[in-house]
Design a protein around this ligand. Structure first.
Ligand code: B12
Ligand SMILES: *[C@@H]1O[C@H](CO)[C@@H](O)[C@H](O)[C@H]1NC(C)=O
Length: 433
């Protein structure tokens, strides 16, 4: 036993895999600062997921956080109100349950009085929580009538909705809850075609919140079975390198495990994988950071249910922004882009871009060079989402999307985050799910 122990300690040291508490908190601090820095950019709508993560941290910048809260209750609020006022032009749910839910969670994480947050719907005043409640009712009905038992958005957002209602102290209607339990039971939580660790994690947090709140004592057994299944799904999604699902679902998965009462030690393989990713700068997208940071604190979104905002720290200050490094002239890399339409017809293009360009920049350059290539994007919390290519749409309402891959492997980032470093073949395929 002893020699084995020495050996493994040695191996850990040699491979540089020591888990050092001081280094961990330094990393956490720098990630927290990066997230705080992201709210300084006032061009975009304030992001409720970012707010939530800032508020679940141990360290705070009270001034910046209350400013951000104000921007949420004015700008995000106005954005939601305007999407409510527009005539329903598509069968999609507007505003989406996921956005409403994140708004609830963000407000709750700042201990904001939710009963004072209202919208005007067809001339009537409706509270945010009641709006979310009715949106979830509609999603529940959509699951009932849809061919594949799916909501109009997705089970990730459906779970967020259940979680937010629970956190907001609303008793989640039995049928709404039951649809989620059933979806878990029947393996309906997908990302495109693949199993979706992110969605299982969110469902786990939602159902755990409901269980903790004690609002559904009669359903305790049903809830426990679903929760056990979710834990097993998450554990089955573990990879040898410590990730659960992929680099971008591991944070949520850890949050879910923590919420479900699993022991996650500071030096667990999951947290070490997240730290490794963070050190190699994988989490520059604020949305990714916002899902990861609570996990590194061994906290989850569920904790907003009982959060009290008392005697909080106020020590988080930003260093002056780092000087932008002069971009050196970078060699050109040739990229081949193949577009596959929904009818299967293919078209290939090639374009040379400076190494380090994003896929978005690549597509922009291609569009200026070749008139037969066009594209459109939509904004989302994760950044630009590719929605139209060569005039062909791939929409959520048709359960289609433009799937991205490079050298045959599915991309784990979107068009603005994915960077071209080597010559490669990109395939953009209109895919149904
Ligand atoms: C559902 C979902 C999808 C659905 C969305 C449609 C639907 N049915 O609702 C589909 C299957 C279309 C999809 C596609 C993709 N997705 Co996706 N998706 C999700 C998921 C599970 C939930 C998103 C959501 O509803 N959020 C809640 C609402 C309130 O937030 P929102 O920002 O307004 O939601 C919209 C956007 O998130 C957008 N969206 C979905 N995925 C992606 C990915 C990117 C990069 C962008 C910019 C936008 C975007 O669709 C949402 C609904 O309209 C997340 C999981 C997560 N951890 O966040 C992954 C996630 C965001 N997706 C991811 C990826 C990689 C993709 C793809 C790039 C995969 C690929 N290789 O093609 C494509 C996008 C390609 C494109 N056209 O630009 C990654 C992003 C990681 C990163 N660093 O950027 C995530 C985190 C999953 C993961 N762990 O890998 N996705
Ligand atoms: C544009 O792309 C098409 C189809 O791939 C190709 O045949 C054509 O030569 C390209 N035109 C230019 C100007 O590069």
């Amino acid at each position: 036993m002893v020699p084995l122990l020495i050996l493994s300690v040695l191996a850990a040291v040699v491979c540089g895999q020591t888990c050092n508490s001081r280094e961990n908190s330094e990393l956490l601090l720098s990630l927290n600062k990066a997230l705080l820095r992201s709210v300084e950019n006032q061009e975009q709508l304030p992001n409720p997921s970012v707010h939530l993560a800032l508020r679940l941290s141990d360290l705070h910048n009270q001034a910046q956080e209350s400013l951000h809260l104000q921007r949420l209750t004015s700008q995000l609020h106005a954005h939601i109100q305007s999407s409510l006022s527009q005539a329903p032009s598509s069968p999609q749910t507007h505003p989406s349950p996921g956005l409403l839910a994140l708004y609830v969670l963000a407000l709750k994480s700042s201990c904001y009085d939710l009963s004072t947050v209202t919208f005007t719907v067809k001339g009537h005043t409706v509270t945010l929580l009641n709006l979310l409640k009715s949106t979830m009712q509609r999603e529940k009905e959509e699951i009932t009538v849809s061919q594949h038992s799916r909501p109009s958005t997705n089970y990730y957002q459906y779970s967020l909705g259940v979680l937010a209602l629970c956190v907001g102290g609303v008793r989640v209607e039995h049928h709404v809850l039951h649809k989620l339990v059933k979806a878990v039971e029947q393996d309906h939580l997908k990302h495109g075609e693949a199993e979706c660790a992110d969605s299982y994690a969110m469902a786990g947090m939602a159902l755990q919140c409901v269980k903790d709140s004690g609002a559904h004592v009669l359903r305790a057994h049903e809830l426990s079975i679903a929760l056990t299944k979710i834990q097993n799904k998450l554990l089955a999604a573990r990879r040898p390198d410590g990730h659960i699902g992929n680099e971008y679902s591991t944070g949520l998965a850890v949050q879910a495990l923590v919420a479900m009462g699993q022991q996650v030690p500071e030096c667990s393989v999951y947290l070490e994988a997240l730290r490794r990713d963070a050190r190699s700068n994988l989490y520059h997208n604020p949305m990714a950071l916002s899902q990861l940071l609570p996990a590194l604190h061994l906290r989850s979104y569920v904790s907003t249910r009982t959060k009290q905002c008392l005697a909080e720290d106020d020590s988080l200050v930003l260093d002056p922004p780092e000087p932008v490094i002069e971009a050196t002239v970078r060699p050109k890399v040739s990229v081949s882009v193949t577009v596959q339409r929904s009818d299967g017809a293919q078209r290939s293009y090639s374009v040379d871009v400076p190494q380090g360009s994003s896929l978005l920049q690549t597509l922009e350059l291609l569009a200026t060079e070749n008139d037969s290539f066009t594209f459109e994007k939509e904004s989302s919390l994760w950044g630009p989402f590719l929605s139209v290519v060569n005039g062909e749409q791939a929409r959520q309402s048709d359960r289609r999307y433009w799937h991205l891959s490079a050298e045959g492997a599915s991309l784990t980032q979107g068009i603005s985050d994915y960077k071209i470093e080597t010559p490669q073949k990109i395939v953009i395929k209109n895919t149904s799910y």
